[in-house]
Design a protein around this ligand. Structure first.
Ligand SMILES: C[S@@+](CC[C@H](N)C(=O)[O-])C[C@H]1O[C@@H](n2cnc3c(N)ncnc32)[C@H](O)[C@@H]1O
Length: 514
């Protein structure tokens, strides 16, 4: 179904309640249909989508927003921003939390969509617009969203300068961009280079042609994968160093990345960190492997270690098939193997399935596991695919228990959550789920963890083992790496915000799939 068809359905119900239930039931499919539609398709429907949106708004469907209607509002805001529907964008601006990333991007877009004097304001607001886009991205927004807002800014400004016949303003604008483009991750995407190469002679037309690249660009974020069945572990200087480590544990392995990063300039380090896109990037550059392990290794270690500790009674003495979904460099599996060794658990791991679309990360992941737990070497099944492309026949299912590690992946909005649930429900028998993610402000991502666990609770016999939410303010997590963790008064005081603290949303449960 198309994005427009979903909106028509929402609008077709007799009561607000029915529409809300429909949004709740179908939100992930709606989100997926939006992200996978072509730009031309979406653009051709702006008139109808605006009209339906106003209808929906008038009926009150989006008042008293709950978590899923909020997520739906965020999705609509993305659409209106992308297609410059200023009126609708303003209507929903009022419905958005003041501190959200989305609010920052909408503020940025208002700055270039509503100008009185085109000869001064596009240029004088440049720093403010870029600053807001950077802030939105740093606060956890996905960087391609800032990239798209920037493309809209470029198009609006350049068309005006051309219309006014002001080559001087155009040159100043382009020079400002060239001065900063290597400093911000959202400007280092290759689509920005393509944008800057559009000739000015027939700008509007050429821009329309270029704009088709947007859907290719977004789709490339949704899923990448090299569908390789025969994936060998990495062999490199890095793996030589792995072999040289005397005590092969997580900390010592991470230290290789710490040392690597220490030898880079701070500008290069910062840029790499930005390019990681808050960890969502499907890694395609070796430097980013180091930057990822350095930036996220400690946090993921703590989250997964504490999670496995809560599962030890369930797995002791059993035969387990381990699945590490969206595994990256297999950090979660490394922690698992370190935990069972350190705690001398008698767990027989029959096989380990590593699923990850980045070939570089997956190959390094295999090398990490071979280093930390060589006994499993011949029973690793690497699947170099995005989650949407994983086939049920890829998944091995003949152990007593299936243990699923979802370390910081369920919140990733680039795959279809419903499709994933339906795949897992084919793994009959006892299934344990360890799901950890950060606490996010972007509603569309935040609700995915709960939706995922609800699916199993609603359909099968399910035991909730643990659910924890630790923010920077409330119920602070004691392993949150916060510099003031020892100051008891701050950590028990819910009005004190620890800005540097890690956040955690953890859901651990057991399901018998029949
Ligand atoms: C925050 S990282 C988590 C990685 C790993 N689980 C860990 O704990 O370090 C998110 C991961 O999702 C992967 N990813 C992005 N899109 C994906 C998709 N469509 N399907 C599966 N994984 C995806 C990225 O390549 C990245 O490795």
């Amino acid at each position: 179904m198309t994005f427009l068809e979903y909106l028509e359905n929402i609008n077709s119900f007799g009561t607000v309640e029915e529409s809300k239930v429909y949004i709740s039931k179908n939100f992930f499919d709606i989100q997926y249909s939006y992200y996978s539609s072509s730009f031309e398709n979406l653009e051709s429907q702006t008139l109808q989508i605006n009209e339906i949106f106003l209808d929906i708004l008038e009926k009150g469907t989006l008042s008293e927003p709950c978590i899923l209607t909020n997520a739906f509002i965020e999705l609509l805001a993305d659409y209106f921003e992308l297609f410059k529907c200023v009126g609708s964008l303003r209507q929903i601006e009022n419905k958005i939390d003041e501190n959200s990333n989305l609010k920052k991007r909408i503020k940025a877009s208002q700055l270039f969509l509503r100008v009185n004097d085109a000869t001064t304001e596009y240029l004088s607001r440049f720093d403010e617009i870029i600053g807001l886009l950077k802030e939105a991205q740093e606060d956890g927004d996905i960087s391609y969203k800032s990239t798209i807002t920037f493309i809209n800014y470029y198009y609006t400004s350049v068309s005006s300068f051309i219309r006014l016949n002001r080559n001087d303003l155009l040159a100043e604008f382009v020079s400002k961009i060239n001065n900063i483009k290597s400093k911000y991750a959202f400007l280092t995407e290759s689509i920005i280079e393509q944008l800057l190469q559009i000739p000015y002679a027939n700008f509007r037309f050429d821009f329309t042609v270029f704009y088709n690249n947007i859907s290719i660009f977004i789709k490339s974020k949704l899923e990448k994968g090299v569908y390789s069945d025969d994936l060998s572990p990495e062999i490199s200087d890095y793996t030589d160093k792995l072999n040289e480590i005397e005590e092969k544990n997580f900390v010592n392995i991470r230290n290789l990345s710490v040392t690597y990063l220490m030898n880079l300039s701070s500008t290069k380090k910062n840029l790499l960190k930005d390019r990681l896109d808050n960890g969502l990037k499907i890694i395609d550059d070796v430097d980013l492997l180091y930057a990822y392990f350095f930036s996220f290794g400690k946090m993921h270690y703590s989250k997964v270690y504490e999670g496995i500790n809560k599962l030890k009674q369930e797995i002791e003495g059993r035969n387990v098939a381990l699945f590490d979904w969206g595994c990256g460099q297999a950090l979660a599996s490394m922690v698992f193997f370190e935990f069972i060794q350190k705690n001398k658990l008698k767990v027989n791991v029959d096989n380990l399935t590593l699923i990850e679309p980045s070939e570089l990360a997956l190959k390094r992941g295999i090398a990490h596991i071979n280093c930390i737990y060589p006994q499993i070497k011949n029973s690793i099944k690497p699947i170099c695919k995005g989650l949407d492309s994983v086939d049920n026949k890829d998944l091995i299912n003949n152990s007593q228990i299936k243990l699923h590690l979802f370390s910081n992946i369920i919140d990733v909005p680039f795959f279809d959550l419903n499709r994933l649930c339906h795949k897992i429900k084919e793994l009959k028998g006892e299934n344990l789920f360890l799901c950890v993610s950060p606490v996010l402000s972007e509603t569309g991502r935040k609700i995915r963890l709960r939706k995922f666990s609800d699916f199993f609770a609603e359909n099968f016999e399910t035991k909730n083992i643990s659910e924890t939410i630790n923010t920077k303010k409330e119920n602070k997590w004691k392993s949150n790496n916060c510099p003031c963790v020892n100051s008891k008064s701050n950590h028990t005081n819910d009005s004190h915000i620890c800005y540097n603290a890690w956040t955690r949303h953890e859901i651990i449960f057991k399901t018998i799939i029949t």
